[in-house]
Design a protein around this ligand. Structure first.
Ligand code: ATP
Length: 216
């Protein structure tokens, strides 16, 4: 019998403040063979047209929260949860277990030697700490964050700082991290940091015996 995919036992939770470079760094690990499970992409898919969370969301909040295409009307939902914390709790009660389930399913079929979960609010959400072997924080100066997000999203400084204020502080994130990648310089400065950690993660994954189809 052909063995099915083995769920890697070595997993990394990659996090970082808005605009610090989570996606940029995750892409570099993916290019080296790591399996990436992006929780933001999963959350998006759940609330896209025909997304698996849509029936429960429309049951809970009403069909007025769907766009004409059948996706979640994000702007309307954002306005509701901003004004009403109990609505946020109801939204999260629907989304969080589904995100957990979908991320676990994605990790189960991953074919890389280890899995990196990209979780923007990993430190804030609590339950991720025990779900991953290591936490990797992507770190940059707050002024760099502001400049990058202003350039990318066309927001003004106050808007970017308001988003940052709703996230855990840089020092709390660094304190919770096992590994840190600094992303203040150009992309080429990321390469040696990614290479070093990838080698470490591969060795650790092999030690834990999580490589697909057997052991090294
Ligand atoms: P978000 O939290 O908004 O999802 P993120 O942490 O995933 O963001 P990225 O999307 O990787 O961050 O990067 C934010 C922006 O900064 C992007 O436009 C990206 O191209 C740019 N960027 C990231 N790292 C660097 C770098 N080292 N040099 C120049 N630009 C960079």
């Amino acid at each position: 019998m052909t063995p099915g995919p083995v769920s890697p036992t070595f997993t990394v939770g990659l996090t970082g403040g808005i605009g610090c470079g989570k996606t940029t760094v995750a892409d570099l690990f993916a290019a080296r063979g790591a399996s990436i499970v992006d929780t933001d992409q999963i959350a998006h898919a759940l609330t896209a047209p025909h997304g698996a969370a849509m029936p429960a969301l429309l049951d809970e909040f009403g069909t007025g929260f769907a766009t004409p295409e059948g996706a979640l009307d994000r702007a309307k939902m954002r306005a509701l949860v901003f004004a009403d914390p109990s609505a946020r709790a109801r939204l999260e009660a629907i989304l969080h277990p589904r995100i957990r389930e979908a991320t676990a399913a994605a990790a189960l079929v991953a074919t890389g030697p280890y899995v990196i979960f990209v979780v923007p609010l990993l430190i804030e959400s609590g339950s991720w700490r025990e779900r991953v072997t290591r936490i990797l924080a992507i770190d940059c100066a707050e002024t760099t964050q502001v400049a990058r997000v202003m350039a990318r999203n066309g927001l003004d400084e106050a808007q970017v700082r308001a988003i940052m204020a709703a996230q855990v502080s840089r020092s709390a994130r660094l304190a919770a991290a096992d590994d840190v990648i600094l992303n203040d310089a150009g992309v080429e400065a990321l390469l040696p940091q990614v290479e070093r950690l990838h080698a470490e993660y591969l060795a650790e994954a092999a030690r834990l015996g999580g490589l697909p189809n057997g052991r090294l």
